[in-house]
Design a protein around this ligand. Structure first.
Ligand SMILES: [Zn+2]
Length: 259
């Protein structure tokens, strides 16, 4: 979804302002209890325009929730090797925090977990620095061609059963939540195309539904232990037949949601 920020914005606005579906001329009704926008966090050189966007667009429209997909666009101290080039600094984040607090907007940082560890030919920071976490390392992102392709490469996943992956992932989750002074965390987890792959020595004989549910539960349990933030995620993986997986039987996916 990285390539569709404007479409995402439009979709979000349609969800938030249902009257717009019927006529663009109708006035927005009474504010809904939650008016939220999920969008990619700005780079430092886009921070000032982004703050202006909050003040001039979100505040007048009564938004009270802003989910920012940060991923590796932060100057992590716990794992500096995972920083994107020229990431947001802690001071940058504090400017967003202060403005949102001033206007009563709840900030929720997002790091895409499990899936979305690559996009097209680019391998993102986690698997670039820790290739041993790759669920199916035989598939090379540099060989990516347009979707669909023989490798079924849409975006890569980390192995949810690798014994060291959560030490790394949870350290940056905790750090980004602290920086954003957040009481909730968004884990993404949409578009998990690789899971329980045949070449993974840990996952190959596991049920995909159990693997997905196990990762959701593990992230939730961590968030719960931290107690200062809750765990949100995209719900698309619960849709039937998505990504060629067999349906996740509702009875098999035991989730303890913290919404
Ligand atoms: Zn695995």
């Amino acid at each position: 979804m990285k390539q569709l920020p404007l479409a995402l914005l439009a979709f979000s606005l349609l969800l938030l302002f249902p009257s717009c579906r019927h006529s663009g001329k109708e006035a927005v009704g009474e504010p809904l209890p939650v008016r939220g926008l999920a969008i990619e966090a700005p780079k430092p050189d886009g921070l000032d325009p982004f703050l202006t966007f909050i003040e001039e667009e979100l505040v007048p429209a009564h938004f009270n929730l802003l989910i920012l997909r940060v991923d590796w666009n932060y100057a992590y101290e716990t794992h500096p090797e995972l920083r994107d080039p020229n990431p947001l600094t802690r001071d940058d984040v504090k400017r967003i925090v202060a403005l949102c607090r001033q206007h009563g907007i709840r900030l929720v940082p997002q790091i895409n977990l499990l899936g979305h560890q690559s996009w097209a030919k680019q391998t993102h920071a986690l698997l670039r620095e820790y290739p041993q976490f790759d669920e199916n390392p035989s598939v090379k992102t540099e060989n990516y061609t347009e979707w669909p392709n023989p490798d079924r490469l849409y975006c890569k996943s980390y192995c949810p059963l690798h014994p060291e992956v959560h030490d790394v992932v949870f350290a940056v989750v905790d750090e980004v939540c602290d920086a954003f002074e957040a009481d909730a965390f968004h884990a993404g987890m949409d578009e998990v195309f690789y899971l329980g792959e045949a070449e993974c020595p840990r996952c190959h004989d596991k049920d995909k539904a159990d693997l997905f549910a196990g990762e959701v539960t593990r992230i939730h349990d961590h968030a719960h232990r931290r107690s200062h933030h809750r765990h949100w995620r995209v719900g698309s993986q619960f849709q039937r037949h998505l990504a060629g997986h067999r349906p996740y039987p509702p009875g098999r996916v035991h989730l303890r949601l913290a919404l």
